[in-house]
Write a new protein. Structure first.
Length: 268
């Protein structure tokens, strides 16, 4: 498996035998840069955690990778395909799970089964309906029991809804999954279940996760990307989870307790 972080140039990109996602000198933001000159490459299967406080650019990074917004500078490539600002091309490789909100859930007054069956029509302007067999496989993979498949999605718990949105992403059958705060707004038991699901998915896909609660995924994480105030640091768990590194992003919110590090985050 090729999961190293590579230094890139526009003319000399280290080639990996497996599919790779390349961030080539990426500067993201809107009126001002949030992160500048981010250069890295990731290959599947692996799990990447993106950490940083609110407003640091985590969601903007995922949306940029997915082609939904254009970067201020740089490129996003999957193998040799330039998907920068091109959601039509990026969608062949990437599925994105947005942050779950009550507004998103209330936008779908339908059963769980209908939500998945017609999700391709909802997301792709009238694309083909997904087969019943594929829907059943996706629901079983995310461990949603059959007795709730025909419940209105509004009646599901927060954890069940999050699993439903992950199932929708799985149905796109892409090699890259972008998950934006999949552990937020759910109970502790659901966090454990979804963390196990994300770990399972990362065995066959490249999974990039933003979160304020990194602990449950730490043992399965290949690399961590820290971002804040235009600064970024990318490395292994052992490289990143150090006081001197974390304080560049979290400042006084990093608290050493004996030999353990704790990040004091209101979302955790």
């Amino acid at each position: 498996m090729c999961t190293d972080v590579y230094k890139l140039s526009r003319y000399n990109v280290h080639r990996c035998s497996e599919m790779r996602l390349v961030l080539d000198g990426l500067t993201i933001g809107y009126e001002r840069p949030l992160v500048s000159k981010l250069t890295a490459a990731f290959s599947k299967p692996s799990l990447i955690q993106v950490l940083g406080p609110n407003g640091s650019g985590k969601t903007t990074l995922l949306r940029t990778i997915a082609g939904l917004i254009r970067p201020l500078d740089g490129r996003v490539l999957v193998d040799d395909d330039d998907i920068t600002g091109r959601p039509d091309i990026a969608g062949k490789y990437i599925s994105m799970l947005p942050q779950m909100t009550s507004t998103v859930v209330n936008a779908f007054p339908m059963t769980l089964w209908e939500f998945l069956k017609y999700s391709r029509k909802l997301m792709n302007n009238g694309g083909s309906v997904i087969s019943d067999e594929d829907i059943a496989k996706a629901l079983e993979l995310v461990d949603l029991p059959r007795n709730i498949w025909n419940l209105n999605i509004r009646k599901l718990s927060g954890g069940q809804r999050q699993k439903a949105f992950i199932a929708r992403a799985i149905l796109s059958n892409t090699p890259i999954l972008l998950l934006d705060e999949p552990l937020s707004s759910i109970d502790p038991q659901s966090k454990i279940q979804i963390s196990k699901l994300i770990t399972k998915l990362s065995k066959t896909r490249l999974v990039i996760v933003t979160t304020h609660d990194p602990t449950l995924l730490m043992n399965a994480t290949d690399n961590i990307l820290l971002i804040n105030n235009g600064w970024y640091f990318l490395g292994s768990v052992s490289d990143v989870m150090k006081v001197e590194v974390l304080k560049n992003v979290y400042n006084e919110c990093v608290v050493p307790v004996d030999r353990c590090l704790h990040i004091v985050d209101a979302h955790a």
